[in-house]
Design a protein around this ligand. Sequence first.
Ligand SMILES: *[C@@H]1O[C@H](CO)[C@@H](O)[C@H](O)[C@H]1NC(C)=O
Ligand SMILES: *[C@@H]1O[C@H](CO)[C@@H](O)[C@H](O)[C@H]1NC(C)=O
Ligand SMILES: *[C@@H]1O[C@H](CO)[C@@H](O)[C@H](O)[C@H]1NC(C)=O
Ligand SMILES: *[C@@H]1O[C@H](CO)[C@@H](O)[C@H](O)[C@H]1NC(C)=O
Ligand SMILES: *[C@@H]1O[C@H](CO)[C@@H](O)[C@H](O)[C@H]1NC(C)=O
Ligand SMILES: *[C@@H]1O[C@H](CO)[C@@H](O)[C@H](O)[C@H]1NC(C)=O
Length: 322
Amino acid sequence: MKVLTILIFVSSCACFLNSLSPSIDNVKLVLIQGDNIMNMKPINVTFNDTSTLMMSKSFNKSRTSVILTFGWQCNFTSPIINTIVGSYIQRRHEYNIFVLDWSTYTNQNYLASVTSIPIVADYVANNLKKLIDDDVNLENFHFIGHSLGCHLFGNIGKRLQEIANVTVSRISALDPAGPLFFPSIFLNMIKPLSSTDANFVDVIHTNSGEAGTDKQIGTVDFYPNGGSFQTNCTQLLPNLFNLLNYIIDDCNHNRAWMYFAESVLYDRKDKKFRSVKCENYKLYLQNSCTGAPVFNYMGYYVDQQARGTFFLTTNGQPPYAK
Ligand SMILES: *[C@@H]1O[C@H](CO)[C@@H](O)[C@H](O)[C@H]1NC(C)=O
Ligand SMILES: *[C@@H]1O[C@H](CO)[C@@H](O)[C@H](O)[C@H]1NC(C)=O
Ligand SMILES: *[C@@H]1O[C@H](CO)[C@@H](O)[C@H](O)[C@H]1NC(C)=O
Ligand SMILES: *[C@@H]1O[C@H](CO)[C@@H](O)[C@H](O)[C@H]1NC(C)=O
Ligand SMILES: *[C@@H]1O[C@H](CO)[C@@H](O)[C@H](O)[C@H]1NC(C)=O
Ligand SMILES: *[C@@H]1O[C@H](CO)[C@@H](O)[C@H](O)[C@H]1NC(C)=O
């Protein structure tokens, strides 16, 4: 892990001076319309002009708004967006669905992407705050992020508390990025996601110690298959030549959003992704967790009254839920 952090740091610094500073105007909120992924019609909401949003038939102020975002090297066309948006528009018509597109920042080298987080978070929080004037209740917002996108949403949550005295309802963090955050090289200038950034923070760890982190940073933390390596994913060894693949194409890292997208499709009574509260994976496998069993459900149906760390096993191919 230490070696990996240093490698990324060095490879990031190497091109740091060359990276052009992206324009904050390119950060946009995209409202998704349509009832299946084939006829999905995105509308770009300009942050300084919310009238398009207020006039859209696909936006209803009384409903919960889900905002989804991606991590490093990803963009609006990446599979995570299609997959999670697809699950929501297919099964969950009771939500407003948005994508936060910050791809001009995630397309940079890793260090530049990380250090842009406070700037992007401040911009997005200030623009979301303006929606309060249109009677939009930000306490109904649910952020869903993958990798670096988890820390961006954490920072947006913190900024909204500071500038608008509002705490969003939920942040779902799908394998939050580990490198440069744990351990932090920023002396807390760039804060990682934490459990206080929303009223409820659920974290799914699928590649702890590589692209992700094993740190318990949510209100509840799920560790499917132990949280480090997922079934049917080959374990890559880091080296300078496959560093990029190691971080972004990693099968283990992407499973977090695949599990979440699948959970959106189930009914509550299916009781899928059932997890057990436990101190660690070893005790879970030995059926030796302390006390009477406490269950929770990973993903969409998470129990928001629960606290602590939860463990489960999954299948190695879809459907992942057992
Ligand atoms: C709207 O945003 C999407 C995603 O960022 C982008 O691909 C598309 O070109 C934008 N459309 C317009 C008309 O700006
Ligand atoms: C919004 O900002 C863009 C570019 O920053 C500008 O061209 C446009 O006129 C602004 N619109 C409003 C309604 O202020
Ligand atoms: C907006 O959502 C609320 C709550 O789900 C619903 O009662 C209302 O009919 C919706 N309004 C429109 C115009 O669809
Ligand atoms: C979006 O990301 C994909 C990889 O996920 C890449 O192939 C594509 O070139 C990117 N598109 C843009 C406009 O950067
Ligand atoms: C912030 O909001 C809480 C309730 O949500 C309220 O009790 C408190 O007075 C507010 N603080 C400020 C400074 O407005
Ligand atoms: C791995 O995936 C293949 C299909 O791609 C499946 O046949 C096999 O059972 C999976 N292995 C495990 C251990 O789940």
